[in-house]
Ligand binder design. Structure first.
Ligand SMILES: C[S@@+](CC[C@H](N)C(=O)[O-])C[C@H]1O[C@@H](n2cnc3c(N)ncnc32)[C@H](O)[C@@H]1O
Length: 366
């Protein structure tokens, strides 16, 4: 990928390495970090080098009546004005200059516009305009023109305000091991940023799932893994803290006609204490936790990793699949599990080319 802002824009840090060198650097880092486990090689699932991000956020910089997209600078404070970003997918890339021009020409849409979020899918695009002012009927009237002109969905956000003009989601389709799945992705919930790498990641997990009974999934989001994996298990119990994501997850079961998943809107810590019979929850009234016979646990926590008590809890199961966006907390957690488990497979999935970010997948067996 070539970008005219390499060396200035804080988003890409590995701009002076070729993609092959970046892959080698990431592999070497992981080999060294996990050297105690004697992992000498692993699969590396590469990304498209450019136009790979289907989710992106930009600041809006104002110079009088002129606006520009902005990114934080690589060095020093302040915002770097940009007019394009080759990392975003083709749909976002094509829309960015046209949308800027449109916003530029409308006082109502431009004034106090602070940021823009793009969420694109194979089936459409949602744009969220974030303001440092109140927005109401006048704003809605102008914003509708964006929907009409560009055929996209628009949301306006301001303090305590969320104005949804038509819909607050996009429908995404993913291919996992020769099958297609449809997902509703609601604005504001977590979603994987790199569609192609995400498909590889779910397919890799799915290919490792054998001899199954029931699945326990922690940090399930909108069912990104849950939906395709459900076909391989008798029953699935999946938990997630975000209301928005769980709303999508329920919808995604219906969209894909899946009947064997129970989604819970609960933190992992709460579910662990319920499973350990330390606390009772109204939200679990309808669910007989003892009726599950889990052969596999899948976890995909945020950067902080899983809490110590929940890690101890999942230690009792035969198979653990750990997806991690932070190698350091992954290492911390695997060190604890290590005495009872062996690493069956380890893979890296590139979500963000030109950055130091590393996404790992580990299959652990008792
Ligand atoms: C890395 S994302 C993974 C989501 C999903 N597996 C996916 O692939 O889209 C982590 C998810 O964990 C959720 N989360 C964060 N802390 C949590 C907690 N303590 N208990 C349950 N879910 C949590 C977040 O809302 C987010 O959806």
């Amino acid at each position: 990928m070539e970008c005219k802002y390499f060396g200035e824009c804080g988003s890409c840090k590995l701009y002076d390495l070729s993609y092959t060198q970046q892959i080698e650097q990431k592999k070497e880092y992981i080999k060294e970090l996990f050297s105690d486990f004697l992992i000498d090689d692993f699969e590396f699932f590469a990304s498209n080098e450019e136009h790979y991000r289907n989710r992106a956020e930009f600041r809006i910089w104002h110079d009088g009546d002129e606006i520009s997209y902005g990114m934080h600078k690589l060095k020093g404070k302040g915002v770097l004005k940009i007019d394009e970003c080759p990392k975003v997918d083709e749909q976002i890339y094509a829309l960015m200059p046209k949308l800027k021009k449109f916003l530029q020409n409308s006082d109502e849409l431009r004034e106090k516009l602070y940021g823009i979020e793009f969420l694109s899918s194979k089936n459409g695009m949602l744009v969220t305009l974030i303001y440092h002012k109140q927005i109401g009927q006048d704003w809605k009237k102008e914003a509708r023109k964006i929907e009409e002109k560009f055929g996209i969905f628009v949301i306006g956000r301001a303090k305590k305000i969320k104005e949804v003009l038509s819909q607050d989601f996009v429908l995404e389709s993913l291919q996992v091991e020769d099958k297609n799945y449809t997902y509703k992705i609601i604005e504001g919930g977590f979603s994987q940023p790199n569609r192609v790498t995400n498909e590889k990641m779910i397919s890799w997990v799915s290919s490792h799932v054998k001899n199954t009974k029931d699945l326990l999934e922690l940090y399930c989001g909108h069912g990104n893994f849950t939906i395709p994996l459900s076909g391989k298990f008798k029953k699935v119990l999946a938990t997630e803290i975000s209301k928005t994501s769980i709303k999508s997850a329920h919808f995604n079961c219906e969209l894909n006609n899946i009947k064997n998943i129970k989604f819970l809107r609960m933190s992992v810590e709460e579910l662990t204490s319920a499973m350990n019979k330390e606390r009772e929850f109204n939200r679990l009234k309808e669910i007989d936790l003892d009726s599950f016979n889990f052969s596999h646990v899948l976890i995909d926590p945020p950067r902080a990793g899983i809490d110590a008590k929940s890690l101890e809890f999942i230690n009792q199961f035969e198979n653990i699949i750990y997806i991690s966006c932070n190698p350091k907390t992954l290492k911390r957690d695997i060190d604890i599990l290590n005495s009872d488990f062996k690493i069956v497979d380890f893979a890296l999935f590139d979500q963000f080319v030109h950055t130091n970010h590393i996404e790992s997948g580990v299959i652990l067996k008792k």
